[in-house]
Design a protein around this ligand. Structure first.
Ligand SMILES: NC(=O)c1ccc[n+]([C@@H]2O[C@H](COP(=O)([O-])OP(=O)(O)OC[C@H]3O[C@@H](n4cnc5c(N)ncnc54)[C@H](OP(=O)(O)O)[C@@H]3O)[C@@H](O)[C@H]2O)c1
Length: 307
């Protein structure tokens, strides 16, 4: 099969020929339609997660996948060949990622593809959607809350806004001005980040917010802590050190039940995935360059040309 690989940290990702993956008892073989680019994919390629992942080379990059089940392992009862699935296929051993024509994925990482989303949109849902869900859960967000989402126009932020709005929360989102109409379309009240952020949020919510999601780090972390009543309701997906200030750090986990719930939210018309750019798998390097700029509105998606 064709897959996007690197042979060492720092290499340019290239399309190469690799053996088809073997399928374990609890896994299914997925024929890939689309995969999404997450910043973590190029961070892994740069070696930034070496301390927390057991990486083997050549490494097939990528974790998000959308495709059709081709074969199931002997213990699998949840899926059959022909089922359309999505997954956040992160495993402790990183070797067989999702930027490939075929992906072997444990069922604990998978859910059915939401009928209302295209293949490209569906590919963008798992990692970012699970992160948003698990971060909002860590903050115990409910109807009465006002939630500040930092970096609300990005992959995680766009989904966090929609999930929080669906729960009945009031949502304020930070983005540059070119994304303010986009944030309004998601149901958030936009504010610009940078110097004066705390004052701008206080103009909208004089008493401060109940919950803040820090999807940026640095000044966003400090502003979040300043704007909440209780630091335990600041959740960072960037900075584990937030715990020293009383906040919570979330590192997203594969979760089939959470992923199913996200799909149901999409099919209920309460959540969609904005695909900013679609590129073929062989242009992963270009996709990584775009993602590294940190200006993505929603998701960048790679498609498998033969799919
Ligand atoms: N801990 C975890 O489990 C976990 C999970 C997922 C992601 N992450 C990390 O979380 C971060 C966000 O992920 P993502 O997928 O949402 O990234 P992304 O899609 O690349 O985010 C891009 C967005 O960030 C916004 N942005 C850039 N600088 C900003 C700032 N200073 N303040 C507010 N917004 C800013 C941009 O908006 P403008 O263009 O309007 O500036 C853009 O829309 C990444 O570092 C990623 O690695 C961690």
């Amino acid at each position: 099969m064709k897959a996007v690989t690197i042979n060492a940290y720092g290499e340019t990702p290239r399309l190469s020929e690799r053996p088809d993956p073997k399928v374990g008892p609890d896994s299914v073989l997925v024929r890939t339609k689309a995969v999404s680019v997450n910043p973590v994919d190029w961070k892994v390629a740069d070696g930034k997660l070496d301390a927390v992942l057991n990486v083997h080379f050549p490494l097939i990059l990528g974790w998000d996948v959308a495709g059709v089940v081709e074969r199931v392992g002997p213990a699998v009862t949840e899926f059959r060949p022909g089922d359309e699935v999505i997954g956040y296929n992160r495993q402790d051993v990183a070797e067989f990622g999702s930027y490939a024509e075929l992906v072997a994925a444990p069922v604990r990482t998978l859910a059915r593809r939401p009928a209302s989303l295209s293949w490209q949109q569906a590919a963008g849902l798992p990692l970012a959607g699970l992160t948003a869900t698990q971060a909002l859960r860590a903050a115990a967000v409910s109807t009465d809350d006002t939630v500040l989402v930092n970096a609300a126009a990005g992959g995680v932020g766009s989904l966090a806004v929609q999930i929080a709005v669906a729960r009945g929360a009031r949502v304020i989102g930070t983005a540059s001005s070119r994304n303010h109409d986009y944030l309004r379309s998601l149901g958030a009240e936009p504010v610009s980040y940078g110097e004066g952020l705390v004052d701008r949020v206080r103009e909208l919510v004089p008493g401060g917010v109940d919950v803040a999601l820090d999807l940026v780090g640095g000044a966003a972390t400090a502003a979040s802590l300043e704007l909440v009543r209780y630091p335990s309701r600041v959740v960072s997906i960037i900075d584990p050190g937030i715990a020293e200030s009383g906040g919570r750090y979330v590192f997203v986990r594969p979760d089939a039940s959470d992923l199913t719930d996200l799909g149901e939210l999409a099919d209920a018309g309460k959540l969609t995935v904005n695909v900013q750019q679609v590129l073929p798998l062989e242009e992963t390097d270009q996709a990584f360059r775009m993602s590294r700029e940190g200006r993505t509105r929603g998701k960048i998606v790679l498609v498998v040309p033969s799919a």
